[in-house]
Ligand binder design. Structure first.
Ligand SMILES: Cc1ncc(COP(=O)(O)O)c(C=O)c1O
Length: 452
């Protein structure tokens, strides 16, 4: 039998996977042939070395292809042990669960493993219903929880929902950070869970008021609704602590982790929960496999998870995220002060955002408005494109807030790489304020994208 050789051409992808995605990358001049990726650097044949300030949406906390995680994966393959027998006790899953629960602290005592953030959210939704006997869910405007039908029912943005409805019944959005609105809804005692990100990532790097999560948690307890934290992006030391919840001194009933949990090298997610929740689902021998996932406890993901935790702890990447995140935001604030379209620089640990505002100067305002009229997302995409093409930094706008540029490098990013990014974004923002080229190119791009 011959092994499948990876093709150097992307034609098969265009023919058989997602040609629209390739069109979009080409339009943004971001299609490139990557070779080796390491730390915060992506090497490519066509664009040289590119700095990664996206981290695959917070997957690469430990940096790309960390040698210790790769070595652990090699060792796991060499072991040739039992994999996915679906009839044995996967010991590594126990080891990983123990370590995650210890880091999470509080009353969380059991873990369920799956393969993606959305699958973790789905599990948390089912477990919430089993525990409370209630049907409904509360979530926040601007949230991103995943694109499977249940998780999508916890996201109000019509862009993601369009054509896929109807969503689950009895799912209700409340404004993020608003305790009164949450309180009002909880009073009906019909909601199984309030599912919330401790700080909204795709919503625009929105850090809640200091007391919000703690008080929300208390309100949930009062009305018998579970308090479920989606830490898919914010967990695994991204914001400096293992969980972002630990900044706010709040103990959830369930936490969903994914993305960075396996060093960006294997699909995985984990739902950490209290014993009470576990027992409400798996309450008898008959129900011991009532909620499972074929690949959930696979040994490669579990081994990668253990190695990732080793790296995060040994390299003190949490304290590093705190220090480097503060440095990043203070340098951005210094360099971007005075540019009228920069509204805010905000974040926590190594998860930051640059929020843009429409310009006030008439000259810029006219260009901005005609551009926004063509497509609201395109303004941000021009920044992303210029950062990539001119500055060689990979970034993206927040998925549910096109006016906020997400800044999320791997936690191993070096201070000189931060400086390179800061001077790059300053140059692009300078151009935006002072060059007609920026707006000319932007309008051309938007028109091509919309075929108008
Ligand atoms: C906060 C949050 N929750 C859940 C998800 C869904 O994760 P996945 O894409 O692995 O299903 C995402 C994905 O970006 C996310 O950002």
């Amino acid at each position: 039998m011959t092994a499948t050789v990876p093709t150097t051409s992307n034609q098969s992808y265009i023919d058989h996977v997602n040609p629209q995605w390739v069109r979009l990358l080409n339009l943004l001049q971001m299609e490139t042939e990557y070779t080796v990726c390491s730390g915060a650097e992506l090497h490519s044949t066509t664009n040289g070395t590119i700095l990664d300030f996206l981290s695959g949406y917070c997957v690469h906390n430990t940096g790309h292809n960390h040698p210790a995680i790769i070595e652990a994966l090699h060792a796991e393959l060499d072991r040739r042990g039992p994999v996915m027998l679906q009839s044995h006790v996967p010991d590594l899953a126990g080891d990983l669960a123990k370590r995650l629960l210890r880091l999470a602290g509080g009353k969380l005592e059991k873990a369920f493993f799956a393969c993606s953030g959305s699958e973790g959210v789905e599990a948390a939704m089912k477990f919430s219903r089993a525990t409370t006997g209630r049907e409904g869910f509360l979530y926040c405007d601007g949230a991103f929880h995943g694109l499977t039908c249940g998780a999508l029912s916890l996201m109000s943005d019509p862009f993601w929902r369009g054509k896929f409805g109807p969503m689950l019944a009895n799912t209700t959005a409340v404004p993020f950070g608003n305790l009164d609105a949450l309180h009002e809804k909880l009073k009906s005692r019909t909601y199984a869970a309030f599912v919330v990100e401790p700080l909204q990532s795709e919503g625009g790097i929105v850090v809640p008021p200091a007391n919000y999560l703690k008080e929300a948690r208390e309100l949930c307890a009062k009305y018998g609704t579970l308090f479920v934290l989606d830490e898919v992006q914010t967990g695994m030391f991204r914001t400096g602590h293992f969980l972002a919840a630990q900044h706010f001194d709040v103990e959830p009933d369930m936490v969903i982790l994914a993305k960075a949990l396996s060093g960006g090298l294997a699909p995985v997610s984990a739902v950490l929960m209290t014993d009470k929740i576990y027992h409400s689902v798996y309450d008898s021998l008959k129900r011991s496999i009532v909620h499972t996932s074929t690949f959930g406890e696979n040994s490669l993901s579990m081994r990668a998870g253990l190695a990732t935790l080793d790296v995060l702890v040994k390299e003190s990447l949490g304290p590093r995220a705190l220090a480097m995140g503060d440095l990043l935001r203070s340098r951005l604030r210094q360099e971007l002060a005075g540019y009228e379209m920069v509204q805010d620089v905000r974040g926590l640990g190594m998860l930051s955002g640059i929020a843009f505002a429409p310009p006030k100067q008439l000259r810029l305002r006219l260009a901005f408005e005609s551009f926004r009229h063509i497509h609201p997302a395109m303004f941000g995409q021009v920044i992303v494109m210029r950062m990539f093409r001119d500055q060689r930094v990979l970034m993206q706008m927040c998925g549910n807030n096109f006016m906020v540029l997400k800044v999320a490098p791997p936690l191993v990013v070096k201070s000189e790489q931060i400086e390179k990014f800061v001077s790059g974004i300053r140059d692009v923002i300078h151009l935006m304020h002072h060059s007609t080229d920026f707006w000319g190119e932007a309008l051309g791009l938007a028109r091509r994208a919309m075929n108008v």
